[in-house]
Design a protein around this ligand. Structure first.
Ligand code: GLY
Ligand code: MN
Length: 465
């Protein structure tokens, strides 16, 4: 964990932001795989980690702003547990490390909440995403399950988003460690991308790299020869000559800050001419987007810049036609790029997504578009120094989408369907980098990783500024 003052200062700022009321933050419980004692690796809630730093199950905390109290609720283990787990540091000792001196048994939280509840004091809580925390909140606050999300505190969400969006120096160091482990995973995946090897084999080996660095995967690895399927988690193929392997992976450190990088490599030593043409179009869009990153610029505009670069490239090889800007403004490019350019990155891969994209990526003045393609852009708002974002343009040839749009005669003025038919077996290419927004522009995080079309190039990615 970070030093004590980091957590004390984060909570101090949160109290100042909200001014009054009682904040209730829930840690996560263990999550069972197939029976109670057989659990998935424990993952603490990121907001709990951010403010209270303790990485163990069964905790909750209250920050009573009006009465200047901070309490962590949880249980110490007894000898019956120690037989199985060995001794653990006491909760009092752990709480002391994050600057909290009040620790109470887990069950006493209901009592502690009942008084402020009966006095109709404001109790701020976050939208829960796990069933056991829904059950607890529903029980403690007497709110039906279905109403928990809309009853959560917008003020608390906005205060946390404001604070967590700007990464501090110690966070950037930790994210960069996650990115470096992710780069090791990428290099190993590229090295192993040879004819006859299975996707599962490579995915397992790079998972091992994340584990052996002391953390774990930040999200389920996407490692596939079917890169056109955006979040493809099936890994059943054996690599064949002529295919491309898309690897989108991320390691998180033991502190749970992570990286998120994508590379697409040829299974052969080289891309075919057709593959390289498309790869270079994605690379140009990637570079154009990175060159546009700076404080004060809307990420939505960076996304649109990338889309226009993709569309211009696709026009140059005859897959699109007509006015590029007009095509993008109408959404025709979304035949090839159906998702958003990137997202915030930090303790979560899609950082703070549990708090709601409308608060993390958008504002009261900038609402999310409903247009196909643009509606999947997770981050639209103005960039600020200290944001950490991904930039991940791609071109994805999805046969089902081609058939649908063609049957609907959609955008015939911008899409060359006859030529596109010949690309139906192409699959997809994505190139993804993690960047910190600086006062002057941006900086690519982590050690260098090849970005060019040839595996053998393995050249350092260039920093934009
Ligand atoms: N790399 C996975 C994602 O961004 O959704
Ligand atoms: Mn990503």
């Amino acid at each position: 964990m970070f030093e004590k003052h980091v957590y004390i200062n984060r909570r101090k700022r949160l109290k100042e932001q909200l001014g009054s009321g009682l904040i209730l933050l829930l840690g996560n419980e263990e999550s069972s795989m197939n029976y109670t004692d057989n659990c998935y690796p424990f993952r603490q809630d990121s907001n709990f980690l951010y403010f209270f730093g303790l990485d163990r199950p069964g905790l909750a905390a209250i920050i009573d702003i009006d009465n200047a109290q901070e309490i962590i609720f949880g249980n110490d283990i007894d000898v019956e547990d120690i037989i199985w787990t060995g001794p653990l540091q006491s909760l009092n000792e752990q709480a002391e490390l994050v600057g909290v001196s009040n620790v109470l048994p887990a069950l006493s939280i209901a009592d502690k909440i009942s008084k402020p509840l009966s006095e109709k004091r404001k109790i701020h809580f976050l939208p829960p995403y796990r069933a056991d925390n829904m059950r607890k909140l529903s029980h403690w606050l007497n709110i039906p399950f279905d109403l928990l999300k809309i009853s959560s505190s917008t003020a608390l969400i906005k205060a946390i988003v404001e604070q967590r969006s700007i990464k501090t120096t110690e966070e950037i160091i930790e994210i960069e460690k996650g990115v470096d482990i992710t780069i090791d995973m990428q290099l190993e995946a590229a090295r192993l991308a040879q004819e006859g090897i299975s996707e599962t084999n490579i995915a397992g080996i790079i998972h091992g790299i994340a584990l052996s660095a002391g953390g774990n995967l930040a999200f389920p690895t996407i490692l596939t020869v079917n890169g056109q399927i955006l979040h493809n988690h099936s890994q059943g193929n054996i690599l064949q000559k002529g295919q491309m392997l898309l690897c989108d992976c991320g390691a998180e450190t033991s502190m749970h800050y992570g990286g998120d990088l994508t590379r697409t490599t040829p299974v052969d030593q080289r891309f075919s001419t057709r593959q390289k043409e498309i790869y270079d179009i994605v690379l140009h869009a990637h570079e154009a987007a990175i060159d546009s990153l700076r404080p004060g610029v809307f990420f939505k505009d960076v996304h649109l810049k990338a889309c226009e670069t993709l569309a211009a490239g696709l026009k140059s090889i005859g897959l699109m036609k007509g006015d590029t800007q007009e095509a993008v403004s109408q959404g025709a490019h979304a035949m090839f790029f159906q998702c958003g350019l990137g997202h915030m990155l930090g303790l979560d891969t899609h950082d703070m997504e549990d708090l709601g994209e409308e608060y993390v990526g958008y504002t009261d003045d900038l609402k999310k578009s409903t247009q196909f393609g643009l509606k999947s852009l997770r981050l639209g708002r103005k960039l600020e120094a200290g944001f950490v974002v991904t930039v991940e343009p791609g071109i994805y040839i999805i046969p089902e989408l081609i058939d649908l749009w063609r049957s609907q005669n959609k955008f015939p003025e911008y899409i060359n369907y006859d030529k596109l038919e010949t690309y139906k077996d192409f699959s997809g290419i994505r190139i993804e980098e993690d960047l910190i927004i600086t006062d002057a522009g941006s900086r690519i995080l982590g050690k260098s990783l090849y970005r060019g079309a040839e595996k053998s190039e393995m050249q350092p990615a260039k920093n934009s500024l």
